[in-house]
Design a protein around this ligand. Sequence first.
Ligand code: FES
Ligand SMILES: [Fe+2]
Length: 341
Amino acid sequence: MLIRNCWYVAGWSHQFEAGKPTQRMLLGEPVVIWRTQEGALVAMEDRCVHRLAPLSLGRIEGNAIRCLYHGLLFDADGRCREIPGQDAIPDSACVRTYPAVERNNWIWVWMGDPDRADPSRIAPSKALDDPAWVLKTGELHYRAHYSLINDNLLDLTHLAYVHAASFGADEAWSRNRPRVEPIAEGVRSSRWIVGTPPTPPLGKAAEHERVDIWTSYDFVLPGVFLLYSALFPTGSAEAFGYDAPPAHAPSLFANFTSQAVTPTSESTTSYYFSWGPAAEHGDEAMAQAMIDVAIMAFNEDKTMIEAQQRIIDTDPGRRVMPTSADKAITLFTRLMQSQDG
Ligand code: FES
Ligand SMILES: [Fe+2]
């Protein structure tokens, strides 16, 4: 199931240069993303109305794009403005366009009903120049249905097994159950891991053999993961009543990650992410070290999930058997099913 009425991340802002149309596959549809001379972002079907060649092989001319097969010229609103050697331009000579917004260094494209494209529904990821954080970026491309990646992010018990080598997470992550609650357009998962080795062992947290880790993340439609994690001296979880730490409680180390899961087709998925320390706890070098570990960890996920997909494909009718760790997956799956496609 691929939901249309959502904002999908199509990539990083810097990947869409002026004068250079770029193709993305979104929900199995070819989309060309380009910028007008004024820098405005345009997303349109990457399919010329003439003989269906990709406009991403075309040329930007001011605020229009020319198909470089037989030269039809299309305005940013998709209407054909010129057919070389022909005066009459049929009304049908119009390429579909999609609402597109640039926010927090991601390009967001709305694949559904354009009248319902409300930018206030864009997930509140962190901008790369947010002064509170030092963030580095990465991306991966999967041969797997995107719901498997969503499921992976909705259940972090896998940290203990998939990421023992990279994140160094211990088995407390699999035994502990988060508090899971519905929020607008998604699910919030929060928990304390008490008296555990610091993960990541950075900043002042490195001076402690054991810490209390607060982790809280929102997972919102269609697949955006926004996680805040902070490490505190042991005893803090109890002192805070096992609730969220007060906003200004000083932590030993805090970090934030924004991650977006975008189905490029029914069987392939793109995954864009940023991660890094709070500016008060880390610098560029630390952010780089963190993203290096994150990329290692996300490749561990990729190995497992692509292998899982191959097994699923051998017998797609097989049902899963949920455990108590799957509560957030169940809530989010229900939310997805309540969407109108
Ligand atoms: S296919 Fe685009 S002009 Fe012919
Ligand atoms: Fe993972």
